[in-house]
Ligand binder design. Structure first.
Ligand code: HEM
Length: 195
């Protein structure tokens, strides 16, 4: 069990994803995600692993400077940012960077994607950290955040001396992975069988 509070990846606390690995294969095909992307995500692991805090500074800076995004980390009562909640989520976010780069996209990973979706949705938001925050991360902000997340990641991918072509491939793999993940996270927001 990890020492990161609420990080339940691979444990019995995580329910099975309603999406099968076979469904996920077709999602991968739809975004042109293949073995090469797995290879370049894994190449990015060593690139990002000692830059996690710096990356999070940029991402949290973006969310923090946008009141409509920061709102999801504020107290429901007075709208003030909840520092403990932000800090607790940040630890799991850092682990997510590594998990994305590890690219072991198996059943355990798929199941945890569903858990992350539930944690953005009203089904489970706030529960993990006992936060007295807003009820839901609005669906309309989920996919748009993929752009700032991956665009601002690129300079970090370029910091360890890889060729421009390799940086491009790592970046593309990250964009595809984020598209797949955010789509998986959308499951609780989508009506019945429409997913
Ligand atoms: C590309 C889009 C996004 C990525 C990659 C991302 C990533 C993450 C990760 C890794 C976590 C922690 C999951 C865990 O518990 O292990 C998390 C939680 C959270 N995210 Fe996001 N997120 C995205 C979009 C958003 C947006 C648009 C908002 C707000 C407007 C948001 C607000 C939150 C909140 C409030 C939590 C804590 C949920 C809880 O109570 O457990 N996220 N996110």
């Amino acid at each position: 069990m990890s020492s990161i509070l609420g990080y339940t990846y691979g444990t019995a606390a995580v329910q099975r994803s309603p999406i099968s690995l076979a469904d996920f294969e077709l999602m991968k095909k739809s975004v042109l995600f293949g073995d090469e992307d797995v290879k370049y995500l894994r190449l990015s692991y060593d690139v990002v692993k000692d830059q996690v805090e710096a990356i999070l500074d940029v991402w949290y800076g973006f969310v923090g400077s946008n009141p409509h995004l920061l709102a999801t980390f504020t107290a429901k009562s007075d709208g003030k940012p909840l520092a403990d909640y932000l800090a607790a989520v940040r630890k799991r976010f850092g682990q997510w960077i590594l998990d994305t780069a590890r690219a072991e996209y198996d059943q355990k990973w798929l199941d945890y994607q569903h858990e992350i979706g539930l944690r953005h949705h009203r089904t489970k938001k706030n529960r993990t950290d006992g936060a007295a925050s807003t009820d839901i991360v609005p669906f309309r902000y989920l996919a748009p955040l993929i752009f700032p997340v991956t665009f601002t990641l690129k300079p970090f991918l370029a910091k360890k001396g890889h060729s421009a072509a390799d940086v491009e491939k790592m970046h593309a793999a990250w964009v595809k992975s984020c598209l797949l993940q955010v789509t998986l996270w959308s499951h609780p927001y989508v009506k019945g069988e429409d997913f």
